[in-house]
Design a binder for this molecule. Structure first.
Ligand SMILES: [Mn+2]
Length: 422
């Protein structure tokens, strides 16, 4: 068996409208977003050509909606034309966002681009130098809602070359996604293929390394703040002995980042701005030339809380950090800043007060005797409901008990105060 490489991508969602951008982004950022799904797929194709891949599989959701725009169809055709011209065959299995029933302009696709039908699993042979190099088997969603287990439709394995199965499906009932074409890993094992190229779940994920290798490629480009972090495709090297090496390669053009920043330890607004500038530059460095949409949530307790609660985060924090960002290709666009901070806890003062919180703190204080660890174990052993816990604590080298108690006290008060502070 000859060694070769193929590329697996899915969920291109071409022409997806970008959701959830609060406020108005500058034209440069908006344009980058508008082009992002197309440019991400262009990157996939360029990668496949550069890697001299034998073929590229697309596991569904090429388009975002059943009414794919003509523009999206033209851009898709341009990209796959480039793949075909570069010697890369393309196989497409459609998913719930772009089932075969969707409207299409029926543009002629170049030779070497194959779309799986929705009636039965079809298997096609990829050849090289007159010999069979691999087989690619797949099935498309005929309509949007497919409740049937499509994996069960794969034929029994026949002797033959390395085989890739292409499927848009929810494996293992992932609750974050519609339960279309539901199946289990065991169902995929029974497909008798060497690699299952999946689409539908938008985060890249290797579900299983071998027997067969099962991979969700994820979206080629994140579409909103729920799709954060690197997005891309998998370049899979198949060695002579059939060993597989799937490698994730980012293809996203704009990256989404959702972050919490704890204000504890920051003494002034200057310190905060400096920390945010440093964070912005770190995000830029990690994005390696891409644009970044950044949503920030300030959290924690600290001196700064009072100062922050009196300012306008949009005007006084976000705007200075956006200065000049709209004009650069490697922008880090601070989409919004949310304030979720709390005042510093003065435990000593609260301990004096004759309320429930004061009582909790006083009881907490009385626990801080050298006898405490021994007493705790005693209680755990005596009480049947703690038996399991006692067995765990028994051979556990306790850390610094004073520190554990202090942390527990702080946490208890923090939770109780949440109600009081609203
Ligand atoms: Mn999708």
């Amino acid at each position: 068996m000859a060694a070769f490489t193929f590329v697996h991508c899915a969920d291109l969602h071409l022409d997806a409208p970008f959701e959830g951008l609060a406020g108005v982004a500058p034209p440069g950022v908006r344009e980058a977003l508008r082009q992002a799904t197309f440019r991400a797929f262009d990157q996939v194709v360029s990668l496949a050509v550069a890697e001299q891949a034998a073929f590229l599989v697309i596991a569904g959701d090429v388009y975002d909606s059943a009414h794919h725009s003509l523009y999206a169809q033209i851009r898709f055709r341009e990209a796959v034309k480039r793949a075909a011209a570069g010697g890369v065959e393309v196989f497409v299995a459609h998913g719930n966002h772009d089932p075969l029933s969707a409207w299409e302009a029926r543009l002629r696709l170049p030779e070497g681009v194959h779309r799986f039908g929705g009636e039965a699993v079809e298997c096609r042979v990829v050849g090289r130098g007159g010999a069979e190099l691999a087989r690619v088997c797949g099935i498309s969603f005929p309509v949007r809602e497919v409740r049937e287990n499509l994996a069960a439709r794969f034929p029994r394995r026949e002797p033959g070359p390395f085989t890739v199965g292409v499927l848009h499906a929810n494996v293992g009932g992932n609750p974050a996604h519609d339960n279309y074409a539901p199946c289990s890993l065991a169902d995929l094992e029974a497909c008798g293929v060497d690699y299952v190229a999946l689409g539908h779940v938008h985060a890249p994920q290797v579900l299983r390394q071998e027997g067969p290798c099962v991979v969700y490629a994820g979206t080629t480009q994140g579409r909103n703040l729920r799709e954060t972090g690197p997005r891309g495709c998998f370049v899979v090297q198949v060695e002579e002995g059939g060993r597989l090496r799937p490698r994730f390669v980012p293809t996203d053009v704009v990256r989404w980042s959702l972050e919490d920043l704890d204000i504890g330890g920051l003494a002034s607004l200057d310190d905060l701005l400096e920390a945010l500038q440093a964070r912005r530059e770190e995000l830029r460095r990690q994005a390696e030339g891409r644009g970044v949409i950044w949503r920030l949530n300030l959290t924690g307790r600290g001196e700064l809380h009072d100062r922050l609660s009196r300012l306008d985060p949009e005007r006084e924090l976000a705007e200075p950090l956006r200065e000049g960002e709209g004009e650069r290709p490697d922008f880090v666009w601070l989409e919004s800043v949310a304030l979720d901070t709390r005042p510093v806890l003065d435990l000593e003062r609260r301990r004096q007060l004759p309320d429930f919180l004061g009582e909790v703190l006083r009881v907490g204080g009385s626990l801080r005797s050298p006898e405490f660890p021994r007493e705790l174990l005693e209680v755990l052993r005596r009480r049947g409901e703690f038996r399991h816990l006692a067995s765990l604590v028994h051979d556990w080298t306790p850390p610094d008990w004073q520190a554990v108690l202090a942390a527990a006290e702080y946490q208890a008060v923090d939770l109780l105060l949440r109600e009081e502070e609203g």
